[in-house]
Write a protein that binds this ligand. Sequence first.
Ligand code: SF4
Ligand code: SF4
Length: 454
Amino acid sequence: MAYKLDELVGSGTFPRGVHPPERKDFSAGMPIEVMPSPGEVLIPLQQHIGAPCESIVKPRQEVAYGELIGKSEAFVSAKLHAPIAGIVQKMAVTTLPNGRHLSAIHIKANGEQLEGKKLWQDVFGGDWPKDVDGKYDSAKVTRAINEAGIVGLGGAAFPTHIKIVNNEKKPVDTLLVNGCECEPYLTSDDRLMQEVPSAIVSGALLSGLSIGVKDIIINVEENKPEAVAAMRGAAAGTGIKIAVLKTKYPQGSEKHMVKAVVNRTIPLGGLPSDVGVAVSNVGTMAAVARAVLHGKPLTHRIICVTGAGILNPKNLLAPIGIRYKELIDYCGGLTSDAARVLSGGPMMGFAFTDLDMPVTKGTSGVTILTREDLSREAETVCVRCGTCVDVCPMHMVPARLALAARHENIAMMERYNIMGCVECGCCAYSCPANIPLVQTIRVGKAILAGSRKK
Ligand code: SF4
Ligand code: SF4
């Protein structure tokens, strides 16, 4: 497929990065299935970047599907809604795959639930108009997003009402819609683009209108030709451009997409808005359309359950708060040689063992690896080959960062700017000495962040 370089200011790719095996074939051909409604859900009070919510419901209270159950007065936060109809239980405490312990609203199902086609119709059915100009104003769109509790569904979970807003002091001229899904294995965005492209287009048009951008560009890697075709068809006549980018990891990272598409460089520690760009995931755009056009909150998301360690890989429309175990059971269970469960993909995901944990708004997939997938040689000493430096898309010195982190050397972590690491994992993936560079750097970042709070 030819790149549409004439439509792009950037080159369609970025320097450095890696080409891990894509392994999308486990689930890429599986249409989205509606997960049966669970008997209970656990809704952590903080599923986003920013302030945690406070529960506004009490034990034994009955809640309806979609009802507001948690909120915060803080600007940077995201409201929570009941993904099933049920009865609120005693407040629970849960742990997420990233190790965070959080209070959670426990709801046991009660009464009739939306299931199957009815749930699909509720989430993705109805009209997805393209003629939104003049019918919606910026404030109305941003308010609807805020009320719906939408966060970035690509994994970052940043509250969307803060991004999709008109800011005269910091004007944004371009909205980049992220459909790259560069993480190996994961296919939820790919399937969403193929199956519900019109919702993504409506959400992008409403978001673009709200921000006041000149250009909207939907970005897809070239390894997803069906998604490209679907997005082209849905966007026809709207003025939205489709950019087909080279397949390379981490093309879906905001900084690298901005470079590849509009050739602007986000300063270290900066945001896309610093260079006049907003970036939002395709799933987020569909959620925006649903919130603004249909008045529906974020209660469900697409979750890909994949890998050689699961019997029947699937892409599922599942309620937020369902336990990982139920997703895995619905997909036939683990294979006899399953060895590791990851929330997310193998490059940026978190390994965890307690399958009773709930999925959150930021959960895009569950990858189950086998013993064979994990068979790698033992860690040895750094051979100073420089490969980690060559592949780091943030132009860092990963070996130094890891060394500083291992020794908890705050000054060295600061000097080498450990916080600029986007935790993409390119360094660890490429290291011939099998040093867990990104894992060590992650710990270092937490140590540094902790030391700054003191
Ligand atoms: S140092 Fe950070 S940004 Fe650079 S390759 Fe490693 S994980 Fe990615
Ligand atoms: S890739 Fe591994 S062995 Fe090579 S310099 Fe980096 S840390 Fe050392």
